[in-house]
Ligand binder design. Structure first.
Ligand code: M6R
Length: 365
């Protein structure tokens, strides 16, 4: 069933444009507006919601971080994004005005399910973003947004993540327009850009040779750092997790502004630092962070938007993603990182689809 691909992971990486297209188009009506299937969140409901909790584990949690950004930006509701195994033991403040969003590919992750039950018991409205139809998380939620990624077999999650991002953007945009906080022009503009994503993702996939070459020359590192600011750090966390789980390289993602508060002590001659510099507003700041690690001898790979060439002056290798609005870059910037992890793991001879010590769905504590 690998359809000619060597591993499920690379097959699933390549299925992302399709998954994103499906997830999006199944919820756009003829007028191009978002219709969240059976999910009825009215203006009155939204006015009562004073806080949102997004709770998940692993990669799904990383999609939640982007969701926090999107809901705060488009719908102006404060969001707490939490790791399920932390949330469930903290006695969080939740009441009937809380919207609780669980994200889970499998819908069977025990900690996520336990967190959901706890929030439900306290009176929150439960909305879940799930890939597996009829799974436990889906069954126990008030509302379900199904991602249309299709079955994900590889332990390392890829297409579930990008479709979870689409789900988060659609929910956030729907909330923003329903609350009257987004103009129709802006809303339409963002939806148009979301529609352009599959084609832009495909362009990155078609140009994967540069990433493969990079992986072939860098696979021997024993530690790798990822850094970014704003949405870029959220995606860097995901890039770092991907690398460690399938290649067993000690990798670490750091908010670039935190470098000077400790982590820069670890940078030495030849340390590989993968930098995300896709946010226009933070571009200059990232350039100076790149210079800081360069000055300590780091080998810097930068992921930047096409057209932002300034970074070439300081980074050793630049990987360009197609231009898009800052808010939507995670859908694109994660792909070079997924490909990098994949090719590094292959070069190291790792069992890509079944990494050691890991299970596809974690149904134990
Ligand atoms: O099925 P879920 O989305 O609830 O799974 C959550 C995590 O276990 C999962 O994302 C895990 O981190 C992956 N191995 C990451 O690639």
């Amino acid at each position: 069933e690998k359809e000619g691909y060597e591993h499920f992971m690379i097959k699933e990486i390549n299925e992302q444009p399709k998954g994103v297209h499906e997830t999006l188009h199944r919820r756009l009506n003829k007028e191009g507006n978002i219709e969240l299937d059976g999910i009825q969140i009215t203006k009155e409901d939204l006015e009562k919601i004073d806080k949102v909790y997004i709770v998940a584990c692993g990669t799904a949690y990383h999609a939640g971080l982007v969701g926090k950004y999107a809901i705060e930006k488009f719908a102006k509701i404060p969001v707490i994004c939490d790791i399920a195994s932390e949330f469930r033991y903290r006695d969080p403040f939740i009441d009937k005005n809380t919207l609780f969003i669980a994200i889970s590919q499998s819908g069977e992750t025990l900690d996520t399910l336990a967190a959901l039950r706890e929030a439900k018991r306290k009176g929150a409205r439960i909305l879940s973003i799930v890939n597996v139809v009829g799974s436990s998380v889906a069954r126990e939620s008030h509302d379900v947004f199904y991602t249309w990624a299709g079955p994900e077999i590889a332990v390392a999650s890829t297409k579930a993540y990008t479709t979870q991002l689409i789900a988060m953007y659609m929910i956030a945009l729907h909330m923003g327009i329903t609350k009257g906080l987004l103009s129709k022009e802006r809303y339409d503009e963002i939806i148009e850009e979301l529609k352009a994503m599959p084609e832009k993702m495909q362009r990155i996939l078609d140009n994967c040779t540069i990433i493969q070459q990079l992986a072939d020359s860098q696979f021997n590192n024993e530690s790798v750092f990822f850094m970014g600011r704003g949405l870029d750090i959220d995606v860097a966390y995901e890039g770092s997790l991907k690398l460690k789980e399938i290649s067993y390289i000690n990798s670490f993602a750091i908010a670039a502004g935190e470098l000077k508060h400790g982590t820069i002590a670890l940078i030495e001659e030849g340390t590989l630092v993968i930098t995300l510099a896709t946010q226009d507003r933070l571009y200059e700041k990232m350039l100076s962070n790149i210079k800081e690690v360069k000055a300590r001898g780091a080998y810097v790979v930068a992921i930047a938007k096409e057209g932002n060439k300034e970074v070439e002056k300081s980074a050793d290798t630049v990987i360009y993603i197609p231009d898009t609005m800052d808010e939507l870059t995670p859908i694109l910037s994660v792909i070079p990182q997924q490909l990098f992890s994949y090719y590094v793991a292959v070069a190291r001879g790792c069992d890509v689809d079944k990494p050691r010590n890991l299970a596809k769905s974690v149904t134990v504590e």
